[in-house]
Design a protein around this ligand. Structure first.
Ligand code: DOR
Ligand code: ZN
Length: 428
């Protein structure tokens, strides 16, 4: 099947026609003939490379009531993604070749995005001994990103050994930076607000201390480190310093940390409970600036679906986490593009090119050019709509954006030339 996209604007630049054929972008030009191809009207739409998420919780195996590989893949495609990294904190944990291959196969069966499993760093995420990193790397799932996300690899000697192993595998440790001794019972950002609300605080230093330690370790070992969901201004400063010293460190920020602050906790609505917690307005500004100047490499969703009974309870009992896949691009448009902090090439870089490079993905994060894999999305940047959680493709409903009017609608997504989303609807 071939598709002719008429008059879309790659990276928001001049309108052109794009012919998708044989899984690649076969031609780019003006007035290309349809020649039997399915025609998609791209007028007014921005074309971007398919988005790549470094941090998605798909919950399968184990919590299929909250999300499955298939429902999460559909949410991803609707958000403009063509590849997602599936986090390892499933049940059983993705700490063996068998489990990562299972997740990879489920992704292939769903066929909506490339599901790239993340392997656990330690057995059972327990932080005691290393998992079979080499076996996961050599498996059909070709794991390159290793993470105990949800938990920090807190033991510095174990972290050092993990870095040594991933160096040999051309992999990367994606660290959930949280010194556990500093966050016992923590419920929200530590500051004036937590004191007033009477909720135990999660201090910025618990994140920053681990990042500082880990960039030193990564520099010492000469290995790649990736920092998950950076949330504080101090973390951005440490990353800037480490990069200036040549440490191979990359970092991600979530859409929710780019938009929301700890003011949301005033509602006591657990939909705003997340780990790391929403921070202050000054942190949000520093995260936006860090993403704009490239100190933060990528936007990653930390899409964390939770079943109703795990989320609709009192604040302290609720699980941390929020949905992100379907609104990620809209939040980036609102927080980065509309204020002039990133142009469309910048969005492509932070949401596709760099995350694909960090995950060592072939075929994603490629330029919109002839001969390249036809992984791309079409966005209507002027469309504005109010988020209705009931209308989401995710199996869960814990969206922090409910009732918010957001800009930008993903009109179409193509995976190797095959539409996974058309007219804003999933094709399967
Ligand atoms: O809020 C979070 N939710 N942070 C994490 O690190 C894990 C995630 C989850 O798995 O729900
Ligand atoms: Zn995490």
């Amino acid at each position: 099947m071939s598709t002719l996209i008429k008059g879309a604007r790659p990276y928001g630049e001049e309108a052109v026609d794009l012919l998708l054929d044989g899984g690649v972008i076969a031609a780019v030009g003006t007035d290309l003939p349809a020649d039997g191809a399915q025609v998609v009207d791209g007028s007014g739409l921005v074309a971007l490379p398919g988005l790549v998420d470094l941090h998605t919780h798909l919950r399968e195996p184990g919590r299929e009531d909250a999300e499955t590989v298939e429902t999460g893949s559909r949410a991803a495609a609707l958000g403009g993604f063509t590849a997602v990294h599936a986090m390892a904190n499933t049940d059983p944990v993705a700490d063996t070749a068998g489990v990562v291959e299972q997740v990879w196969r489920l992704g292939q069966q769903a066929g909506l995005v490339d599901v790239v499993p993340v392997g656990a760093v330690t057995v059972g995420l327990r932080g005691e001994r290393l998992a079979e990193l080499g076996a996961m790397a050599d498996s059909a799932a070709r794991v390159r990103v290793f993470s105990d996300d949800g938990h920090c690899v807190a033991d510095p000697a174990l972290m050092r050994r993990a870095l040594e192993y991933v160096k040999a595998l051309d992999g990367v440790v994606a660290q959930h930076a949280e010194e556990p001794r500093l966050t016992v019972g923590a419920q929200m950002n530590e500051g004036d607000r937590s004191a007033r609300l009477g909720l135990t605080g999660w201090p910025a230093a618990a994140e920053e201390a681990v990042i500082a330690r880990d960039v030193l370790l990564a520099g010492h070992v000469g290995a790649r480190l990736h920092v998950c969901h950076v949330s504080t201004a101090g973390s951005v400063e440490i990353l800037r310093w480490a990069k200036s010293r040549g440490v191979q460190v990359t970092a991600e920020v979530t859409p929710h940390h780019l938009l929301l602050t700890d003011e949301c906790a005033e509602t006591y609505d657990p939909v705003f409970k997340v780990n790391p917690p929403l921070r202050t307005d000054a942190d949000v500004q520093a995260l936006r600036a860090g993403l704009a100047d490239g100190t933060i490499d990528a936007v990653a969703t930390d899409h964390a679906p939770h079943a109703v009974e795990d989320k609709e309870s009192e604040w302290a009992a609720a699980r941390p986490g929020m949905l992100g896949l379907e609104q990620a691009l809209a939040i980036v448009v609102q927080t980065m593009v509309e204020p002039g902090l990133l142009d469309w090439r910048g969005v492509a870089d932070r949401m596709s090119v760099r995350p694909a490079a960090i995950g060592r993905l072939d075929g994603h994060g490629r330029p919109l050019a002839v001969g390249e894999p036809a992984n791309l999305l079409l966005l209507d940047p002027t469309h504005r709509a109010t988020v209705d959680p009931a209308a989401l493709a995710s199996r869960s409903r814990n969206s922090p954006y409910a009732g918010r009017e957001l800009p930008g609608r993903v009109v179409a997504t193509f995976l190797r030339g095959v539409p996974t989303v058309l007219d804003g609807k999933a094709t399967k």
